[in-house]
Design a protein. Structure first.
Ligand code: AGP
Length: 618
């Protein structure tokens, strides 16, 4: 959602806070702001627009950059439209306290009314300004320190938050707290300096020691003092669990690519390899996934597997449904987390709930597993961000080792999710005996080919660019696929929508006749995934139905396909592999197609309008 950063120490805080915001801009980028304390005065600068717009202001006024303490914010608006006033940080009524906040305070309106009745005035429409004034009110009434005031105030709010608060009367400390939204604290040498951020990327080059606050925790950060972490609801002290970061700086730089999305598309062969490394020994037919192995009886005796996720992760869940039912013969249901959590679903202790999430912070998915957990289900998380909320909320899990995914449009997370879920399906099939050992061996040896085949496929990028040129001015597009590739059609359509803003729909190919075919004419490009597997002939007839209505056809086919090339306007060949693994290859050309179209249309590929990398509020 939003990104927050902060610094307290000996160094100049300004460059650390502002560069940190730039690293977090993928989280939200409709307005930005910074508070600097120069030892005497607070300098608060904020504006609608990107961090670059903020720098335009601060670069013309050096005093706004002075100080060894600063907090910053890059926003994805929820309460109050993106404008200068609603952007963060926010002052309290007296101007003594300052806050940055990522999340939503659901009961802010009730609190606001109570504060107005006590003479508080509000400049913005945000829930955040209500929170800082509540903290101020508690501090006055209880005559207590900032930490205590924040803690007491937070026991009165409902919602999600990661906050950093500064008090000009206590300039040597910052108070941070979290419930639902992530916050990491970078611990400098001998506690001489501390870094605050929504994830570790803003401070990875300064320290490898980080504390990830748990839900319902608050930390008081003082220069030169050991951090104190307390429980918000009972003020109890808890152990500040310092973890060593595995993240490296180059992982979060563009590495010479024009966009993070393109870099991440080209990282997929390595990401898939890193994801199955240490989990499969193809020549011995061995699959090792501790999260599954340690809970095998649960999986083997489960009534069903329920997959909950959102967006691209939901599409990976659909592929998993085909994989697990086909290979392991365990019933699978795939649910939009946002619907699942509110439709009063029937959940029993014999259910396994798999939560798929790249960020591990998506609020709807997190809430869905909390609901399922409260009804006794076993939660298995498939996440990419180590230490993320969903990972910590799950009973067991498996990380996708895609590395940081910074482009808002998910690419390598999708293929690594499918890699993990494929290994899970094979492991369960092996354990259940629904696949023979030789079949499992064959699958594993085929999986081992995939990274090289991805690299092969990336070599036709320029051809895909040429096809993109032909269709970049389309107003609508249709994506069709069958079986394992129906979810890939949905994913292809989502990629085009989210970065080029062209309307696109994905459909099971056979479903076309039941409606979407009405859309087809010479202006409607149709991207069809037609791998020579399963129901190939049926897809060929679907393509002929489109052709006979003058639709433009771009077909993704197996190399050497002689049939479709005579019907389609463009064909993109992919290397041969097992049907179950075709989604790992068919999705690549669709990622590149949407990327090139968006670039040709001059869109901001890495930070598309109205989107954010992880949606941490409902
Ligand atoms: C995909 O490109 C989008 N960024 C979005 O649909 C995303 O997949 C969705 O928000 C789920 O995110 P998660 O995997 O981090 O939970």
């Amino acid at each position: 959602m939003c990104g927050i950063t902060g610094y307290i120490g000996q160094r100049d805080a300004y460059p650390i806070v502002v560069n940190g915001l730039k690293r977090l801009e993928y989280r939200g980028y409709d307005s930005a702001g910074i508070m600097m304390y120069d030892g005497e005065k607070i300098h608060l600068t904020k504006t609608k627009g990107k961090v670059a717009d903020l720098e335009l202001i601060t670069n013309n006024d050096e005093k706004r950059k002075k100080g060894n303490i600063g907090i910053g914010h890059t926003r994805w608006a929820t309460h109050g439209v993106p404008n200068d006033t609603n952007s963060h940080p926010h002052f309290s009524h007296s101007g003594d306290l300052v806050i940055v906040h990522n999340g939503i305070i659901e009961n802010y309106d009730t609190i606001k009314k109570a504060l107005i009745s006590r003479g508080y005035e509000f400049k913005s429409d945000t829930d955040t300004e209500v929170l800082i004034n509540l903290i101020e009110e508690v501090k006055k009434k209880e005559n207590c320190k900032l930490g205590k005031a924040v803690q007491l105030a937070l026991t009165q709010v409902v919602g999600a938050y990661a906050i950093a608060v500064f008090d000009k009367n206590k300039p040597n400390e910052l108070v941070v707290a979290r419930l639902g939204s992530p916050i990491a604290i970078g611990v400098g040498k001998d506690n001489e300096e501390f870094f605050i951020a929504s994830d570790a990327s803003p401070f990875v080059e300064f320290t490898k020691d980080a504390i990830y606050l748990e839900d319902g925790e608050l930390a008081i950060i003082k220069k030169g003092k050991e951090i104190k972490v307390r429980k918000i609801n009972d003020d109890k002290l808890v152990d500040a669990n310092i973890q060593e970061l595995e993240l490296s700086l180059d992982q979060i730089e563009k590495g010479g690519y024009d966009h993070f999305m393109l870099k991440e598309i080209y990282e997929q062969s390595k990401a898939i390899k890193d994801t199955y490394r240490g989990r499969m020994l193809a020549n011995e037919g061995v699959i090792k996934m501790s999260g599954v192995d340690n809970n095998l009886p649960k999986f083997l005796n489960a009534d069903r597997i329920i997959i909950v996720a959102c967006g691209t992760s939901w599409h990976a869940g659909l592929v998993a449904e085909y994989l697990i039912e086909d290979m392991a013969r365990i019933p699978v249901e795939v649910e939009y987390a946002s619907e699942f959590r509110y439709r009063n679903p029937i959940i029993t202790p014999k259910d396994i709930v798999i939560a798929i999430s790249q960020s591990g912070e998506t609020a709807d998915t997190l809430a869905a597993i909390k609901l399922a957990k409260s009804q006794g289900a076993f939660i298995f998380g498939v996440c990419n961000v180590v230490g993320s909320s969903i990972a910590r909320e799950s009973h067991a899990g498996a990380y996708t080792h895609a590395g940081p995914e910074i482009g808002v449009a998910s690419t390598k997370a999708f293929t690594t999710q499918i890699t993990v879920l494929s290994l899970m399906a094979l492991r369960l099939a092996q354990a259940k005996g629904t696949l023979s050992q030789s079949a499992v061996n064959e699958y594993l040896q085929t999986m081992q080919q995939i990274p090289n085949q991805v690299d092969e496929l990336l070599k036709i990028d320029s051809k895909i660019q040429d096809i993109a040129k032909v269709y970049k001015d389309s107003k609508n597009c249709l994506y069709l696929g069958r079986g394992f590739n129906f979810p890939v059609a949905l994913e292809g359509a989502l990629k085009l929508k989210e970065i080029s803003y062209i309307h696109a729909e994905g459909y099971p190919a056979a479903e076309m006749k039941h409606g979407p075919i009405a859309l087809i004419d010479e202006n409607m490009p149709v991207f069809v995934i037609a791998t020579r597997k399963g129901h190939y002939d049926k897809v060929v007839s679907n393509i002929q139905e489109i052709k006979s209505r003058k639709g433009k056809i771009v077909a993704i086919v197996m190399e050497g396909d002689e049939t479709i090339k005579d019907i389609a306007d463009h064909i993109i060949e992919i290397p041969d592999t097992k049907e179950a693994f075709t989604p790992l290859l068919t999705t690549i050309p669709l990622q590149l197609l949407s990327y090139h179209i968006a670039v040709m249309l001059g869109k901001n590929v890495d930070q598309p309008r109205n989107l954010a990398k992880s949606v941490t509020v409902e």
